[in-house]
Structure formats: C-alpha cells, structure tokens
Write a protein that binds this ligand. Structure first.
Ligand code: NAD
Length: 245
C-alpha cells in the first residue's frame, strides 16, 4: 500500500510507533524512525534488521527546529522526497493539578504539541515542492472526553486535534492531507507505567471488551497514509473499541 513512499515516524523505537514502522515496512515503504536517544534508536534499528527490515534512525531534539531542519534536509537530499510524516512521539501524565509543576505541564506540551508543530513545519516545504504528502498525528481518546488527572496530557491532545483540523484546511490546496488517530487504551509501555487501579476499571468499560493492541493503531495509520484515504483530511479517527463513545 505504500510502495516507493518515504516515511518519517517519530517515537518509532517502541510501542505504537515501532509497530507502525513494521507495518509500513511490510507495505513496502522506505521508513526512517526518530527516537529520543542514540541507544534506543540503535537498538530498535538493530532489532528490525534482525527481523529483515532495513530502517534508518535519527534522534534529533524535537524541540529544536534547527536540529530538525538539518536532519529533514539530510533525509530529503538522500531520498529525493518525503511523502508521509507520522507524529507519534508522546508522553502522558497522571498527577493531580496540585502536584503538577508548571515545568511538568510544559514538558508535556513541548513534546506532544510543540514537537508536532516543529516536525510538520520542517517537512511541509518539501511536501509542497514534490506536489503533496500526508501528515498523521497521534491524538488520544482523552482529546474527546478529557481525563480526571494529568491535565497536561488531554490538553496536549486537544491541541493536536486543533493542529490537525486547521492544517488540513491550510494544506489541502497543496495536496497535503492531515489526519489524526485517537487511540483508546493501548497495550504499550505508556499504559504499563500507569497505576493498575487507574487502568483496570477503564478496560472494563470498553464495549469491545479488550485493550487496544499497537497493531490496531498502526492499521489505522496505514489506511490514512495510503491512497485509499485520498479524499479524507481533517479527521480525528477514534480507534478505541467504542470506549465511552
Ligand atoms: P511509548 O511510551 O511506548 O512510546 C513513546 C515513544 O515516544 C517512544 O518511541 C519514545 O522514544 C518517544 N519519546 C518519548 N519522549 C521523547 C522525547 N523527549 N523526544 C523524542 N521522542 C520521545 O508510548 P505509546 O503508547 O506507543 O505512545 C505513542 C503515542 O500514542 C503517543 O503520542 C501517545 O500519547 C499516544 N497514545 C497512546 C495511548 C496508549 O494507551 N498507549 C493512548 C492514546 C494515545
């Protein structure tokens, strides 16, 4: 479904991002993964190689527009085009407001919102130059309902939806589609790090009766990245087993 497409996936070293890297490779894309640290990027690239998948890895600081622009130019010069960007890197939060410092709040916004802006800003000129592209963002179920603690996280995902819907309108004349996937509770380290008392009651409320798997989310990204979604832009697609909806 993605033959000859050049794809950049942030947060591609584990969880939803890594599964998306694998699915996109299975669908013949050229994939470049971004991670936060050299060691984790190296080990993800190595383990993909052992599975027979050739993937390049970078670890720019996603809050430094100059570092990002340098890496994106390097990728463009090497491949000649950048077709798909998946903004997937993200962190969550679960503290009450009294226990959340303004630094905690800023840290979430820096990665979940500002990095999405920076990456998109750096890639769009190349997509325009080549006549189009696809930007995919990772939102969350909490961007629709909020959550009862860790306010920075849902606030960041509401902002991701805003970026998605607005940039879809701004970039449509350039044949660049912008969509988001809003996962429900998904089986990754992010959820493993949250208290059991918070997660288990939530899983019980999911109408489809199970937690989401990273492949469930990757499948949605694949559809939205592909030409099968050529008339879809500005959408936030819930992939959450109908949780609370
Ligand atoms: P994860 O913790 O398994 O992976 C997070 C990824 O982000 C990693 O690859 C990590 O390298 C990267 N990352 C973290 N901090 C970074 C930084 N400072 N700079 C660059 N990269 C950094 O989490 P996941 O569950 O796979 O989450 C992926 C995305 O899905 C996130 O945006 C998250 O908000 C969203 N999401 C997850 C769930 C869930 O239940 N797991 C639900 C809704 C949305």
């Amino acid at each position: 479904m993605l033959e000859e497409k050049v794809v950049i996936i942030t947060g591609g070293t584990r969880g939803i991002g890594l599964e998306t890297v694998k699915l996109f490779k299975e669908n013949k894309a050229e994939v470049i993964l971004f991670g936060s640290r050299e060691e984790t990027v190296k080990s993800a690239v190595e383990s993909l190689k052992e599975e027979g998948m050739k993937v390049e890895g970078y670890f720019p600081n996603l809050n430094s527009i100059s570092e990002i622009e340098k890496v994106i130019k390097e990728i463009y010069d090497k491949y000649g085009h950048i077709d798909i960007l998946v903004n997937n890197a993200g962190i969550s939060a679960n503290k009450k407001i009294e226990d959340t410092s303004s630094d905690d709040f800023s840290k979430i916004i820096d990665l979940n919102v500002n990095a999405v802006f920076n990456m998109t800003k750096a890639v769009v000129p190349y997509m325009k130059k080549n006549g189009g592209g696809v930007v995919l963002n990772t939102s969350s179920m909490v961007s629709i309902y909020g959550q009862p603690s860790g306010v920075g996280y849902p606030a960041s995902k509401f902002a991701v939806n805003g970026l998605t819907k607005s940039l879809a309108r701004e970039l449509a004349p350039f044949n660049i589609r912008v969509n988001a996937v809003a996962p429900g509770i998904t089986n990754t380290d992010m959820v493993a790090n949250l208290p059991k008392e918070m997660i288990e009651p939530l899983i019980k409320t999911i109408p489809l009766g199970r937690i989401g798997e990273p492949r469930d989310i990757a499948n949605a990204f694949l559809f939205l990245a592909s030409d099968m979604a050529s008339y879809i832009t500005g959408v936030v697609l819930s992939v959450d087993g109908a949780a609370r909806s």
